[in-house]
Ligand binder design. Structure first.
Ligand SMILES: *Cc1c(COP(=O)(O)O)cnc(C)c1O
Length: 403
């Protein structure tokens, strides 16, 4: 069976973990933590980075830093992981869910302004599959309305928007090193702080509400409890593991991109019916009109991942968008029968058991479409071109046998 995901080890993880252990400094904010943080600050120009125990924790830190009052509103796409919204719910915010674009699952920036009220404080763009949201449009709206932008860059390591690294554009950004992401630490994450106003307070929140970091830099002569916070920092063992991954970032990325391109090359001919249709949908149709009456010569094919001109591809994910739930279910079971595991992704958060009773009732057809129709194919370092070719053959046979 070709699994959906397999965590990749570079080989040096246990070596660095052993080194961390033998240094006798196991708690957080030691040498490996600092080494990882400066790697990101140097490579991507984030003003300040703080490793966290998860991306969820980094988002929680961001939510605290936004200083929200109960009832303040945060605009979040509905097609995303729970944490993008949950972190803000925990500080008392009301989530206003936004719809996805027709061309890809990212938040539709053209709809954001209609969701803004006097209580809106934050916009949370999620770079789905590591593909950039339209950040110029989002930052422009935020500037005009005095809002903060927190990028959920969990999937977006080493990806760019018009040449700018994702995670460097919003005021704050959160990354994940969960074992399902490109670069892993088991569980792990990072807060990137781009607006220097937040740096001092972020360090305090990170260290249980104390000014311990300033004390260790010799800036104050004793440290104490000065703010809210939690224990958001990971142990040195986790940072040591992450360091082994970061040393091999370029290798990891080029391998994943080669596999991604292999899928795309293999499938672009059978999917070409859908691609021009998607373009047509963008230019001539309302974003809400998902009926497929014209332009499609076959409804058995699927849409390939969309990388807008302003975005790069970090090969976090290779997904297909089917035409309906039945087609997706059939495709997943056909792959399974033939020894490959493909999986669907998010259920729309606005209709989740937890949030549906609090949601304002607006329909979000774009999100629901991806919830029903998107399927992710295996993509991990050890996957081979042969595996990819085999998966693509099965997909092609599925299309041909049904049409
Ligand atoms: C993986 C992911 C998260 C959560 O990351 P953790 O490190 O597991 O907390 C949040 N948002 C998105 C979009 C993700 O893909």
């Amino acid at each position: 069976m070709i699994p959906f995901n397999k965590p990749h080890l570079t080989g040096k993880e246990t070596h660095y973990m052993y080194e961390a252990v033998s240094k006798g400094k196991l708690s957080g904010n030691g040498d490996f933590t600092k080494q990882c943080q400066s790697f990101f600050e140097t490579k991507y120009g984030f003003k300040k980075c703080l490793l966290t125990t998860s991306c969820t924790d980094a988002l929680e830190m961001a939510a605290i830093l936004c200083d929200l009052q109960p009832g303040d509103e945060v605009i979040v796409p509905s097609y995303t992981f729970v944490s993008s919204a949950l972190a803000f719910v925990r500080v008392g915010a009301k989530i206003v869910f936004a719809d996805s674009m027709r061309r890809n699952p990212n938040i539709d920036a053209s709809l954001i302004e209609s969701l803004i009220t006097p209580r809106t404080k934050v916009i949370v763009p999620v770079h789905y599959a590591g593909v950039a949201c339209d950040m110029d449009a989002i930052m422009d709206i935020a500037d005009r309305h005095g809002l903060l932008v927190v990028e959920d860059a969990a999937q977006a390591i080493d990806s760019y928007y018009k040449g700018r690294p994702l995670g460097s554009i919003g005021h704050l950004a959160a990354f994940s090193f969960h074992e399902t992401k490109n670069v892993i630490a088991g569980e792990g994450g990072m807060l990137a702080i781009n607006d220097p106003r937040f740096i001092r307070r972020a360090e305090i929140i990170w260290e249980k509400g104390t000014n311990r970091a300033e004390f260790f830099r010799g800036e104050v002569n004793k440290y104490g409890w000065v703010d809210t916070g939690s224990s958001f920092l990971p142990s040195e063992v986790v940072a040591a593991f992450l360091w082994a991954q970061l040393e091999n970032l370029d290798d990891i990325q080029s391998k994943r991109k080669a596999l991604w391109n292999r899928y795309y090359e293999n499938l672009k001919d059978v999917a070409e019916v859908a691609a021009p249709f998607a373009e047509k949908a963008l230019s001539e149709r309302s974003e809400f009109d998902f009926s497929r009456t014209e332009g499609a010569t076959s409804d058995k094919t699927f849409q390939l991942p969309d990388i807008p001109d302003y975005a790069t591809n970090n090969a976090h994910m290779f997904y297909l968008v089917c035409n309906n739930l039945e087609q997706r279910t059939a495709l997943i079971s056909r792959l399974k029968e033939n020894g490959a595991s493909a999986v669907f992704h998010y259920l729309s958060l606005h209709s989740s058991p937890f949030y549906a009773p609090k949601h304002d009732g607006r329909e979000l057809p774009g999100c629901d479409r991806y919830a029903d129709c998107l399927v992710r194919l295996p993509l991990y370092y050890e996957l081979t071109f042969d595996d990819v070719d085999r998966i693509c053959e099965i997909l092609k046979e599925t299309i041909q046998s049904e049409s």
